[in-house]
Structure formats: structure tokens, C-alpha cells
Write a protein that binds this ligand. Structure first.
Ligand SMILES: [Zn+2]
Length: 290
């Protein structure tokens, strides 16, 4: 089985507020161990976390070897104060503050840096992103600072304009990347940025009566087409489900994301070749050892 290139051990796939509340005083080790058991049950031996603000992924990194799992974490994600990201990380006010957070993540054992450059998708309105984007010049500086300190950058980014800015800034992976267009695909194909579409998030929400079904169906179809186009164009693509998000269980999430890739890339041999190339890229790039 392929690895899971985008998970959040702090969350439980059910209710993020309740999940986060369990870690408030100290990371819930029983929950972390249950996550590892779920990955082991699915024969998944590689997990890249997206970080959290309570030290859950930091503890998970310490106990991962007991489960034979190669687990990578940014410790916490980094966002601009007032922009999206407070549920998974820590905020900066200016680039000096950002650089201090990068140093802090490294001190705590981060394998790479995770940044948030946009908001989330609005599942009730197609095309809408919940928060404003960071300034492209600032994103460029953020990536430069992390790279200077020997860290790859995982970038939470949605929307064509912001995805293009992230690729041009040299991020090592674009996460979610909803609503990308042909210009983004062409830029991705020419870059060494890996696209991790997390299509399972919208797909798994379908039919549950939680959001507007027509909007979810359009988001999923747009993701499916983006994966297909990125594959055709020769872009780096990796399997990451955002496991821990609502309706995306740990372990099973990677299988659900694989099913999304099956729908987007029908040729099994081509699909698996693309995903193994992407995973190799993630494994080798998102490590401070290399
Ligand atoms: Zn995430």
C-alpha cells in the first residue's frame, strides 16, 4: 500500500473540535496509538503529518518506530495571524516572527515546514475560499527562509491564483490545490513541486447531508479532472487524504484517496507509477536528513 502523505494525527475524522479538546492539556497518547494501529492495519508504513498546535504530532514522531512507521511532521503549521490556520498551528505577525517559528519547529524536531497560504474551501459555495490569500511576495520570502534553514515546505493552498504563487515561490508540495487551472498545471509540470490533492475530503463528505450536495459533487469533479490533467501533463502527484478531517478516517483515508485516483487515472499501471514517483519524492524531500 502507498503511504499517507497528508494526515493530522491530532484529529479523529469525526469532530475536530472535540478531538482537539482531548489534547488540550497533553497529547492523548491512546488516540495516537489508535491512529498508528489503523495505519498498520492498512499496511501503511509511511505517514506525513500536517502538524497541530498541541504537540500531538511531536509525540507521535517519538513513538512511530514502535509501529515500524516512518512518520514525518512539521510539528505545527505556520500561518499569518488573522488568516486561516489557528486549528493546526501557530501564528506570526511579520517575517521575523515567521523565522522564529521556523527555528522553533526545527528545535522541536520538525522534518520540514508547513505553511498555510490560503483558507479552506467553502463546501456550500463552489469556488469560494474562506480566508484571504497571503501576499505572493511574502510567500516567496517564507519559502526562501525555510529552504535556507534546510527545510522543505509543505503548503496548504487553495485557488488558482494562490497555487500559482506557491509554485512560483518554490514550495515543495501544494496541498489541496482546489480550483487549479491550466496555467497552474503547466507551472506544476515545469516545477519540482508535488501536488497532493486530498480529493477524499470532498468525496467522503458526499451523501451525508452535511453540506450542499451539488457543491460537493462539483468540487469532487473539479478535483478528479485536475488529477487527470496533472497526470497527463507529467506533474508530480502524491497520495494524501487529509486523514483526520471530518469523514476521513486514519488508515482508511489513504484507501479512499486511492479510489479517487482510480476514478481520475483509469490505467492502473500508469496510476501506480505516478503515485510511487510522487511518494519517493515526498519521502526524500520532506526530511531534514537529506
Ligand atoms: Zn491538512
Amino acid at each position: 500500500m502507498f503511504g499517507e502523505c497528508h494526515a493530522h494525527f491530532a484529529m479523529d475524522g469525526v469532530n475536530y473540535k472535540q478531538a482537539m479538546a482531548r489534547h488540550k492539556d497533553a497529547p492523548d497518547e491512546a488516540h495516537i496509538r489508535a491512529c498508528f494501529e489503523a495505519y498498520r492495519a492498512h499496511d501503511i508504513t509511511f505517514v506525513r503529518d500536517g502538524g497541530d498546535k498541541y504537540g500531538v504530532s511531536r509525540l507521535a514522531k517519538r513513538i512511530a518506530p514502535e509501529y515500524g512507521i516512518d512518520y514525518r511532521t512539521p510539528i505545527f503549521a505556520i500561518h499569518r495571524r488573522g488568516c486561516y490556520g489557528s486549528i493546526v498551528g501557530r501564528a506570526f505577525d511579520d517575517l521575523r516572527g515567521y523565522a522564529e517559528l521556523v527555528d522553533e519547529a526545527i528545535r522541536q524536531g520538525a522534518d520540514f515546514i508547513k505553511i498555510m497560504t490560503t483558507g479552506l474551501m467553502d463546501f456550500n459555495e463552489f469556488g469560494r475560499i474562506t480566508h484571504i490569500d497571503l501576499d505572493p511576495a511574502e510567500v516567496r520570502e517564507m519559502v526562501h527562509i525555510a529552504h535556507e534553514k534546510g527545510c522543505a515546505v509543505m503548503s496548504h493552498t487553495n485557488g488558482a491564483r494562490a497555487v500559482l504563487a506557491a509554485i512560483e515561490a518554490g514550495v515543495d508540495s501544494v496541498e489541496h490545490g482546489n480550483y487549479i487551472d491550466e496555467e497552474c498545471i503547466a507551472a506544476l509540470a515545469e516545477s519540482r513541486t508535488c501536488f497532493v490533492p486530498t480529493a477524499a475530503v470532498a468525496h467522503n463528505l458526499m451523501g451525508r447531508g452535511l453540506y450542499d450536495e451539488a457543491v460537493l459533487a462539483r468540487i469532487w469533479e473539479a478535483s478528479r479532472q485536475a488529477i487527470a490533467r496533472a497526470a497527463e501533463a507529467g506533474c508530480l502527484l502524491a497520495l494524501g487524504s487529509d486523514a483526520g478531517a471530518v469523514c476521513v478516517p486514519h488508515g482508511q483515508g489513504a484507501c479512499d484517496e486511492y479510489a479517487c485516483f482510480e476514478a481520475a487515472i483509469p490505467d492502473a499501471a500508469a496510476r501506480d507509477a505516478i503515485l510511487s514517483r510522487g511518494e519517493t519524492f515526498i519521502r526524500t524531500t520532506f526530511s531534514r536528513m537529506t
